[in-house]
Structure formats: C-alpha cells, structure tokens
Write a protein that binds this ligand. Structure first.
Ligand SMILES: [Zn+2]
Length: 117
C-alpha cells in the first residue's frame, strides 16, 4: 500500500473519531475567520497598488455588476494568493477534517455573498 502524506496531515488535521465539540468548532471558526479577514484585507490592499492592479487584480474588477461569479473570476496569482489566508488559521490551529469542510463551505458562501452586492 502506497501512503501519501496529504496537505491536511501536514497541517495536523484530525480525521478520526471523536468528532469535535460544538464549542471547539465555534472557537476554531472564529479564529480562522479573524485571521482570514485580516490577511485578505492586506492582500487586497496590495493588489490595489499600481503594480498589483495592472498586473493581477484588474482581471477581477472586469466584473462591474455585482454577481457571485466574480468571486473566483481573477488572475491565477490572485486566486493563489487569496487562498493562503483561508489556510493560515487551520495551519496554526489544527482542527478536525469536518471543521475544515465547514470552514471552506462558509468561505465559499461568504465569497459569493460579498460579491453579490
Ligand atoms: Zn479590488
């Protein structure tokens, strides 16, 4: 059997039982949300510098009407850079895989929501 170390395992993500308590999940999601919001804000600020906007971020702002599709419509470098803040929290405060799924579900819903006007 070939064993591959996944990114989740490198981040210390638990995958077995017991499942995390509601309090643990709520605390982790709060920490992840604060870290993601802070880091995304500064990355977005950097993308609005002259170089960042002309080389990378202008693609994202081609959408002028509010629509959820604009969330992921961006330069590959922006997609890569803005995925980092969502991973910082779970890397610093490891969680259960189900919390990861919940976190990324919240992130997607929030991303669609904030681009929808
Ligand atoms: Zn922008």
């Amino acid at each position: 059997m070939v064993y591959h170390t996944t990114v989740y395992q490198m981040m210390g993500t638990r995958m077995g039982l017991p499942l995390p308590s509601v309090n643990e999940v709520a605390a982790q999601l709060l920490v992840y949300s604060l870290m993601e919001d802070y880091l995304s804000y500064w990355i977005h600020r950097l993308l609005h510098t002259k170089w960042g906007y002309e080389k990378i971020h202008r693609v994202h702002h081609e959408f002028t009407a509010p629509t959820g599709f604009a969330m992921s419509y961006s330069h590959w470098a922006e997609n890569l850079a803005l995925s980092v803040p969502a991973l910082v929290g779970p890397s610093i405060v490891p969680c259960h895989i189900t919390t990861h799924w919940l976190w990324f579900t919240f992130r997607l819903i929030e991303g669609i929501n904030i681009h929808s006007g």
